[in-house]
Design a protein around this ligand. Sequence first.
Ligand code: GLC
Length: 548
Amino acid sequence: MTHAHIPRRWYENAVFYQILVGVFNDTEGRGIGTLKGIAEKLDYLQWLGIDCLWLSPFYASPLRDDGYDIADYRAVHPDYGTMEDFEDLIAAVHARGMKLITDLALNHTSMDHHWFQESRKDPHGRYGDYYVWGDDPHRYPEIRIIFTDAETSNWSFDEVRGQYYFHRFYKEQPDLNYDNPDVHEEVLSLIDFWMDKGLDGFRLDAIPYLYERDGLGGESLPETLEFIEKLRAHMDKHYPDAFMVAEANQPPAETREYFGDGDRVHMVFNFPLMPRLYQAIATSQASPIVEIMPELLHLPAGAQWGNFLRNHDELTLEMVTEIERDLLYSAFLPDDSMRAHLGIARRLAPLMDNDRAKIELMFALMFGLPGAPFLYYGEEFGMHDDSSLQDRDAVRTPMQWEPGPGAGFTTSDTPKRPIVGGEGISVAEQRHDPHSLLRFTRSLIAARKAHPELGIGNYEAIEVAEPALLAITRTLKVEDRVIASDPLSSAPLVCLYNFAPHPLAIPPQALANLSGIGRVEIGSVEAGTEIRSGDVIPAFGFFWLTAQ
Ligand code: GLC
């Protein structure tokens, strides 16, 4: 059999790290993180093993939606620094061989954007048709409301224009009208503006919602997918090394649509997998993962999943069944103040009851299943959240670099958001402690990098009689093996994950691909330990095993 060799692209096996600029590192003593502050922390990120940074929006904005309401796509929010700071940051990131992507909300702008201001004033002027205006606030009844805590309709009345405008999110975020070709041109031109500064790509925020159609609703419409193809063709032509990751929180088959035949986005966040990892923990069953995996395999060449456990939003439960949602609420929502919209605004460590084994298990899943992993700042050392804060601010508190007031984040007494703190929960306290979660995360990243098959290789579930045990084999694909005859590059890696709250004896089938004996690469016991069938895997433990 011959295999066409398509060279791998950098993002397919990169480790990503999401940063909210305003809460990462304050260099000005104003209680707000800055772009310069990120540049100062590149040593740390490189030490951790991060390949690519993702910056959430840092553009001019009234911050009604933490910057996802953009008032000027070509300006840096003055709180975070200057355009020069941004250019310096790209240069510093690249000097270390790392990459940088930014977030782009293209579905909507802020009401403060001058396009909207002109549009509401002059329906017949240049910007009159830039937004989705109408006289009927009941049009598109199929379109769900996403911010259920704040909005009761996707339409709001504008007194100035005397018409309703459509918004998928807050009323302060009017949707752009993609039926207007001028809007396409604006988008391509602002993409060029940022790409010409040397960016490595974008996260496409809320991308399923670009178009609306009567009777069909407003998600993943053919016109939206066609626009994504147009965007991709533009990127391939002008910036062939760059990549785009889509936020498309849709049912599994629909989520895959965003890859197209490899002619839409390069990466899609793995929304189909994410809730199932939590479900497996909550039910002590491997089946939620085993069952979804076949739907996620065999992507077009160059396409990859972006795996994540948490991000700056709520742990979204929009795409699970009602029964599953109830189950996840009862496992992970002890207090209704932690609810946000249809999800849960908590960070990973508290969701896992700060149980070290469970946290490590979740990381080992995210790093061990096909896809590229995304860490959310602070997750790597078990940061807590603050459920007294409104909406998703609960999970957007300042990065904890050090113990004590200011947390090494700021010298100001009044940080933008309160610091959560907690003994032992900071970079400084954990960095030199070989037993810390931070050091575990760093070792896991290193182990993952030593095994590219974890990101891009074949996935195979091993049938075992124990329902709480997930046993999988990962092997490099033939086309990725350096030398076809090199026994090492075709050797399987076996990953075992125990979802039971008690130890389990390892059944013989689990180790059959390793001829009965595995050697722990990383896991719940010391690296190098030999594991045979009948040996025990601890409660919520995991092993990545190589052949002897
Ligand atoms: C995306 C972002 C979210 C934002 C929304 C509207 O879902 O992740 O934070 O509020 O889009 O832009």
